[in-house]
Design a protein around this ligand. Sequence first.
Ligand code: NAD
Length: 263
Amino acid sequence: MEQAIRVAVLGAAGRMGKEVLKALTPAEGFEIIAAVDRVSVGVDARELVGPTGPAVLIQESLGDEPLDAIVDFSHYTVAVANARKAASLGGSSIIGCTGLSPTDFGDLEAIALETGVPIMVVPNFAIGAVLMMKFAEMAAKWIPNVEIIELHHDRKEDAPSGTAMRTAEMIAEARQRVPVIPVHQTEKVEGALGGKVQGVPVHSVRLPGLLAHQQVLFGGPGETLTIRHDSLDRAGFMEGVKLCVRSVKSLNGLVVGMDKILF
Ligand code: NAD
């Protein structure tokens, strides 16, 4: 039998972290060797996620046990330090936290190159969302006028979402011309026209009741095209998390986005 992939989960007591504790089961070839969070320290992970969860206590920081990978859903402010620690233990990082700065990406790339341990930053683990981004990239080649509307629950800290930022970047790279706006647009209310990410307007909606949704709206003469993805349950991110944990070792350096694995 193949050896289990040894994983530590960071942000383990959070909404995404708990889903990961449930999803990475021994039956599917994973062994959760540590669960890290700054809250619920000392609590048995099974108390948080039920009896099928791993038999580990929540710990305040990563120990010194060798591991294959960390899955980090804690906070962007500690993601680089976590990746550095994981690499020192021989473990790849799969970073789900959003809000990383360009400096963070530079630091992560340097860690991956210096240590030879791959690092993934994944703005969205939902396979349908990665397809939505890919389809948007394809459409942008032919229809350059586009705006993004992303909608999330009201406890999300950063705006725009990592997915919206990445979608806008992909669109900006794919479109062959930047559309000309036919009139001078005046914002009577600041932000009404959205924020611009590489020239692509992005509108962020935050409401209770939502989870994670995104609509990419293209408009050409006499036609529109809407590409929409809805995450309806956090379980929907877990197939992607498993795929990344299984695949990360075969990558090199810093890899951003699951598209590098899927396409
Ligand atoms: P959450 O607030 O429910 O969970 C975060 C957890 O991390 C909390 O338990 C918190 O105590 C812990 N934490 C925060 N700072 C810490 C630190 N310094 N050390 C240790 N633990 C710390 O948030 P969430 O909804 O689970 O989201 C977590 C992150 O994942 C956010 O950045 C969110 O945007 C992102 N996210 C990404 C995806 C994706 O597909 N990539 C999907 C959903 C959420």
